[in-house]
Design a binder for this molecule. Sequence first.
Ligand SMILES: Cc1cc2nc3c(=O)[nH]c(=O)nc-3n(C[C@H](O)[C@H](O)[C@H](O)COP(=O)(O)OP(=O)(O)OC[C@H]3O[C@@H](n4cnc5c(N)ncnc54)[C@H](O)[C@@H]3O)c2cc1C
Length: 533
Amino acid sequence: MTQQNNCDVLIVGSGAAGLTLALHLAKNADVVILSKGPLNEGSTFYAQGGIAAVFDENDSISAHIEDTLIAGAGLCDEEAVKFTTENAKSCLEWLINQGVKFDKEQIDNGEKRYHLTREGGHSHRRILHSADATGQAIQTTLSEQVKKHSRIRVFERFNAIDLICQQNTSNEQTKKCIGAYIWNRNTEKVESIYAQKVILATGGASKVYQYTSNPDVASGDGIAMAWRAGCRVANMEFNQFHPTCLFHPSAGTFLLTEALRGEGAKLRRPDGSRFMPDFDERAELAPRDIVARAIDYEMKRLGADCMYLDISHKPSDFIKQHFPTIYEKTMSLGIDITQQPIPIVPAAHYTCGGIMVDTQGKTDINQLYAIGEMSYTGLHGANRLASNSLLECIVFARAAALEISATLDPDNRYLTLPHWDESRVTNSDEEVVIQHNWHELRLFMWDYVGIVRTTKRLERALHRVELLQREIDDYYQNFKVSNNLLELRNLVQVAELIIKCAMERKESRGLHYTLDYPDLLPKAEPTILKPEH
Ligand SMILES: Cc1cc2nc3c(=O)[nH]c(=O)nc-3n(C[C@H](O)[C@H](O)[C@H](O)COP(=O)(O)OP(=O)(O)OC[C@H]3O[C@@H](n4cnc5c(N)ncnc54)[C@H](O)[C@@H]3O)c2cc1C
């Protein structure tokens, strides 16, 4: 017997997108939030820089739109960009009302106003921030608010496995989502959950790459689940890579801010020679994607595990004063950055594509919504403008909440869901297979589908993905689920979508760069994939 849970609204994911949605809905509905790990674990918690909105009187929404369109390299959906930027200020005011404390500065007349920073690609100061830990401030404030609501239940350490949909005829349009199978990690049992509306807010898929700045939960689960259920995806080829992530076996994921290069740090090969001047006249100060590409090129050319970032020529006190967190972190690993270069690799950072939605977060399946990094709204196009991603989470969560509140049926009855069939599975005695496939997948995605691509490498990667898919499906049919197995099954699905999108794009645009098609095509079109079933 599968234990069935019931609610009005099921939200899968407890980052900025999921929590915002829950708080907007809690007056009108019984909400369940699912989180795969602890409530606060997700990319939101680790966001550093801030969140963009027009607060300065010299700035304008049209300038924010223009900057977003330029970053997106001709591929943004203009309606989505307009919608997001126009709603930005009121959404940030909502965050402030929830208690998020953005930094303020004193102005001449003694009053205080929000301190706005400027980031690459923005023509004005428009980034609200809480020191260099904005995501943490947003995540912890919203989760505190969620805990106060009697109509929100939080299921921590539950993995959503698959969506449960109903289809009365063969017409896709009549398909509706009525819940999900969920794996209770605490009891190690599969349960089900019925909901009138299901919202996926599971974050990005950067864990498909060997090196990533994202936390472990970023395994593309929602994208894979929605695809398996029949939703279209778009623009999965656009993965943003951060150029400098610390390379150390026991460092976990740790970003090295671009401010280091801003303050004069040089990128060096293992033999100590500089290479950025060979790639761009701006050298280390070239834009993020150019620096990431140059590092990747040198690593592949030399067969090196990493390159080096060197700020040791600056006075020791300057380094300690400007970069205290980095100094402490690297010292704890035995690297004294005042004396020696820091080993670095580029790392997968942000998933620009995802499940296709409209401006209310609606997917191709009735009663199923997607919000946050896992969705494709059209905002980012071929490259994300810094600090627009947290904004997208808040704006689209609020829009989805309005739609959901207006269409919830107050007389709805809970349906009985089909049981999860475990009769033919046994406990795995071959965990090594999962471990091996995990490493293999992330390594070939890094080598063949990373920052610089070729058609041949993509074909190789697709061939390997197909083999892995067969092996993992077989494993999934025969053994009880585990977190690693569920994530691997989703990652291999997302990998296939990334490769297929990349193969469809016969040009280099934004974050997608291929040696076989180095130029831009005259017309910019999104890459859209539709499931065959
Ligand atoms: C290091 C770093 C710095 C960043 N800096 C910035 C910045 O300064 N400004 C900015 O705008 N953006 C920044 N970003 C990007 C931004 O943080 C993310 O795009 C955003 O937080 C995504 O929010 P989300 O709610 O969509 O997902 P997340 O915050 O990633 O939350 C995903 C949630 O889904 C849950 N989940 C996943 N799969 C399942 C499953 N199968 N079952 C149940 N639950 C599941 C997870 O447990 C988690 O609760 C940064 C990202 C990183 C990693």
